[in-house]
Every structure is written in C-alpha cells, then in structure tokens.
Design a protein around this ligand. Structure first.
Ligand code: ZN
Length: 194
C-alpha cells in the first residue's frame, strides 16, 4: 500500500452536537434505552440524533492509456493530486454523485461505468467508492476546487503527491488490474495510521 509522509485529514463527521436541530434545546449525550452506543439525545422533544458514516464518491476517468488527475485548490491537501471525488449529496445515486464531482472538478463529462473500489475509512467515519469512467471527449475545464487537471500515464503518476490514501490505493489496484487485462471490484478497509 502506498504510504505518504504526513497524516491525512479526512474531515470526519462531528462527534458532538450541542443543540437539537428539531427543537433547539440543549442535547444530552448518553446511551439510549435498548441501544449500545453513546448518542446525542434531546430530553425536550425526544429526538435521537444518530450520526453515521459519510460517502465519498469519485471516478477513475480513462483516456487512451492515461487517467485523469486533479491538483487540489482546496484544503485538505491543497496542491496534492487526486482523482475527482467528493461527498455524495442528498437525493442522488452514488454514480450520479461521482459524475457530478467529475464535472465540477475537471469540467469533464463522464459516464460512470463499473464499480471499481469500495474503501472503508473507519477512523474518519467515511466510505470512499470509485467507478471506472468512460470518456467521449477528453477536453478538461478545471473548476474552482482544482488548480490544474491532466491526463497522466502510469509512469508519470506523482505517487508521493497523491492527496489521499484511498486514491493511491485505487490507482495502484487500477494499474495492477490493467496489466492483467481485467478489472475487478476491490473492497478493503484502510487501517489506521500507526
Ligand atoms: Zn429536541
């Protein structure tokens, strides 16, 4: 697995909330009856504010022998390279979200193809998934979150400057599968950093 030099922030979901989003009362934090985990409870209206992992969805756009990489114009990992990906929005499918993120970050229209990687990041309460992407027109028009976007051959991948471990792992598996002439679906859980 590709390792980079410094810890990578994944923007985990907030673990503490102060006020009830339904009635505005102050929340208590304790284990509800018939539950086994600490939750944010509203003792005024009875709401239990569950928190669950968030989905990050992206694509592996491929043009000829190259993949698309975007140089991030935002934190975390400003200036590092990534596949187009971002948080899934309410009301969309994971494939729609991956296509939207690709359009927003690279100005690239893509048809999401086969599911390629599903990577749990439990230390950040996230799940990252990437789809293979079919490209009809390779013209790129980077959006506000992207400094530059390029089609990059395997030999030119800037491994030490890849923004996230999930992206590095996805790229490694992609090139390994391509060498073997077949693409599988890769599920793995990212271990915490030592
Ligand atoms: Zn309440």
């Amino acid at each position: 697995m590709q390792q980079t030099a410094r810890p990578i922030p994944y923007f985990p979901a907030p673990r503490l909330q102060t006020f009830c989003s339904q009635c505005g009362s102050r929340l208590a934090r304790r284990i509800p009856p018939d539950d086994t985990r600490m939750r944010d409870l509203c003792e005024s209206c009875g709401a239990i504010h569950y928190q669950n992992p968030r989905m990050v969805v992206g694509t592996i756009p491929v043009w000829q022998d190259r993949v698309l990489l975007c140089k991030r114009a935002i934190e975390p990992r400003y200036g590092y390279w990534t596949l187009p990906a971002g948080f899934m929005e309410l009301g969309e499918t994971s494939a729609d979200g991956a296509r939207r993120e690709t359009l927003e970050e690279a100005g690239l229209e893509i048809v999401p193809g086969a599911l390629f990687s599903v990577i749990d990041v439990p230390q950040a309460d996230q799940v990252h998934i990437f789809f293979l992407g079919q490209v009809a027109d390779p013209t790129l028009a980077p959006g506000l979150e992207t400094l530059e976007a390029h089609w990059v051959a395997e030999a030119d991948i800037p491994w030490p400057e890849i923004a996230f471990r999930t992206v590095a792992v996805t790229l490694e598996r992609f090139f390994a599968d391509r060498r073997q002439g077949r693409f599988g679906v890769h599920y793995l859980a990212l271990p915490p950093r030592p």
